[in-house]
Design a protein around this ligand. Structure first.
Ligand SMILES: Cc1cc2nc3c(=O)[nH]c(=O)nc-3n(C[C@H](O)[C@H](O)[C@H](O)COP(=O)(O)OP(=O)(O)OC[C@H]3O[C@@H](n4cnc5c(N)ncnc54)[C@H](O)[C@@H]3O)c2cc1C
Length: 516
């Protein structure tokens, strides 16, 4: 039962907590309890954290666990993008889309399924809301309080070099962390605002499947959601704009993802630019400009995934002496210190690799450097990432082009999954592994992997890189047969074969003839 007095506060959060069912009520009870009373501030905090997404939560919980007096300020929903409008809801949808694809393709495995399997979109979304609410206690205000953190709900703003105001209260700090994240960039397309559009902040509140969906932007979010909605039954038009799909990724790997999206029915409108959006009768009309022709496309919903803009406005950064840039975010050095020695930043607000696991890793660096005068560096991180299309595309470290830019000699080994028995048996032979090594050595500089569970598999390479282990170690490591991870042993074996020069081969042959 919603009390009239709290309705305005719910309305403020409309995009995330609608429809206001039992699941979203539970989410709200954890992520922004409406009856929350902010505590009386301590006289001074060791650490004040602004923003309770992943970077803020890890900073606050980690510092409190080490005995620091910590305040955490959140204006919206604890858990930030990841829990509420990012990783968690998107991966729940992707799992449902995969379940549909498995049923659709079951005939290839000899399983007779009745024709006409279809997705119940309302149930997919209800499942997502239920699971998101189920996960939300981890990030809840109550949990943080139980860890000893003073949680303040309200918009925080620096009022000086060592003070933040929230809800009319002043928090004095020795050190602070800015962890205010990023938001979807606004599309600069005439008519878009008037016609209305979805972003990641609103798409997870849909209750009805759009029959026709235009997705503008073909980065990870655009590609993941295009495929999911196409599998749900929408006619999806993916418009990459000036860029190719997954522009940051290896071109061969991205081409395989493109093929899988098209196979799932996504209509890729490459080379088109959206010039204008107009409101039609019950529909939205996109005016497309491409290859010298102008065309019109009618859709029911438009989803924008055209990049992320750091949240640096209205934070009083000027008063605090913190330099920032509207596009790049808060300026930090390698130790994540801002231009105010006592203020640090972590996560999407300051870092180009905008992922939950990087926000987490950066927060750990901040704790060391802010509270214990540590010298941890962001540049030492080995950063993997994954785009959760089907198959997935995962990457770690640097690629060939980046290695060459740095003047490094690089050798790339390629293994196709059609050579991996388990991938063939699983009906997933379209995968690919590319590993880049330094010069003629086995030292791994980076890798790209396309496989159904590439996100799970890439950690083997990340671990090898972190531990300074090379391809020879991958070759020596026994991998259970048959698994798709054998691809790494095969890469190790391929490296060993490159060492078999004609001279080495003839010496080995001579040795064997002596010992016959
Ligand atoms: C659709 C989508 C899917 C994604 N999927 C993945 C994935 O699968 N894997 C992955 O690693 N990453 C994924 N990401 C990226 C990931 O969500 C972000 O990188 C991560 O959430 C960043 O965490 P953060 O703490 O830096 O910022 P955020 O999570 O954005 O948190 C910042 C918080 O600060 C608060 N705040 C802002 N200003 C103030 C203020 N003045 N006072 C108080 N509070 C304030 C905000 O309300 C917010 O809660 C995805 C992103 C999107 C959009």
């Amino acid at each position: 039962m919603i009390l009239p007095a709290v309705i305005p506060r719910i309305v403020e959060m409309i995009p995330q907590v609608l429809p206001y069912d039992a699941h979203n009520e539970k989410l709200l009870a954890n992520a922004h309890p409406l009856d929350w009373v902010n505590p009386e501030p301590a006289s001074r905090y060791n650490l004040v954290v602004l923003g309770a997404g992943t970077a803020g939560l890890v900073s606050a919980a980690g510092a409190a666990g080490l005995g620091a007096k910590v305040a955490l300020v959140e204006k919206h929903l604890l858990g930030g993008d990841c829990l509420n409008v990012g990783c968690v809801p998107s991966k729940a949808l992707i799992r449902s889309a995969r379940a549909f694809a498995d049923v659709r393709d079951a005939g290839d495995f000899g399983v007779a399924v009745e024709p006409g399997a279809r997705v119940d979109f309302a149930r997919v979304m209800e499942r997502m809301r239920r699971l998101r609410a189920q996960i939300s206690p981890n990030d809840s205000a109550g949990r943080l309080r139980s860890l000893g953190v003073d949680v303040f709900l309200g918009a925080g703003r620096f009022t000086g070099p060592d003070t933040i105001d929230v809800d009319g209260k002043s928090l004095r700090f020795k050190k602070a962390v800015i962890a205010t994240g990023a938001r979807p960039s606004s599309p600069a397309i005439p008519g878009a605002v008037e016609a209305g559009y979805l972003t990641n902040e609103t798409v997870f509140s849909l209750t009805e499947l759009p029959a026709r969906l235009a997705v503008i932007g073909a980065g990870p979010v655009g590609c993941e959601l295009s495929q999911a909605f196409a599998r749900f039954g929408s006619t999806v038009f993916l418009i990459p704009g000036r860029h190719q799909i997954l522009g940051r990724e290896d071109r061969d790997a991205a081409a395989r993802i493109e093929k899988s999206l098209v196979r799932d029915g996504v209509r890729l409108l490459a080379g088109c630019r959206v010039k204008e959006v107009r409101n039609g009768a019950g529909a939205k009309r996109l005016i497309l400009d491409g290859a010298g022709t102008t065309e019109e496309l009618e859709v029911d919903q438009i989803l924008f995934g055209v990049g992320r803009t750091p949240n640096v406005e209205h934070l009083g950064l000027g008063e605090a002496g913190v330099a920032f840039d509207l596009r790049e975010g808060v300026k930090v050095d390698d130790g994540l210190r801002t231009t105010n020695r006592n203020i640090f930043a972590a996560g999407d607000v300051c870092f180009p690799f905008k992922f939950t696991h990087t926000a987490d890793a950066l927060a750990r660096i901040v704790i060391q450097n802010a509270l214990f005068r540590g010298r941890a560096k962001a540049s030492d991180l080995v950063i993997p990432w994954c785009t959760y299309t089907d198959p997935e595309l995962a990457h770690v470290g640097i690629d060939e082009a980046q290695a060459r830019e740095k003047g490094m000699a690089v050798r790339t080994l390629v293994v196709e999954f059609s050579e991996v028995d388990r991938a063939v048996l699983d009906g997933e032979p379209e995968g690919l592994l590319k590993i880049h090594c330094a010069g003629r050595s086995d030292r791994i500089l980076g890798a790209t992997l396309v496989a159904r569970h590439a996100g799970e598999m890439i950690s083997e390479i990340t671990l090898a890189m972190v531990c300074g282990q090379g391809l020879k170690s991958l070759s020596k490591t026994i991998h259970p047969y048959p698994t798709q991870a054998e691809v790494f042993r095969k890469a190790g074996d391929a490296f060993n074969r490159t060492r078999l020069t004609p001279l080495v081969k003839s010496l080995l042959a001579r040795w064997l003839s002596w010992t016959r």
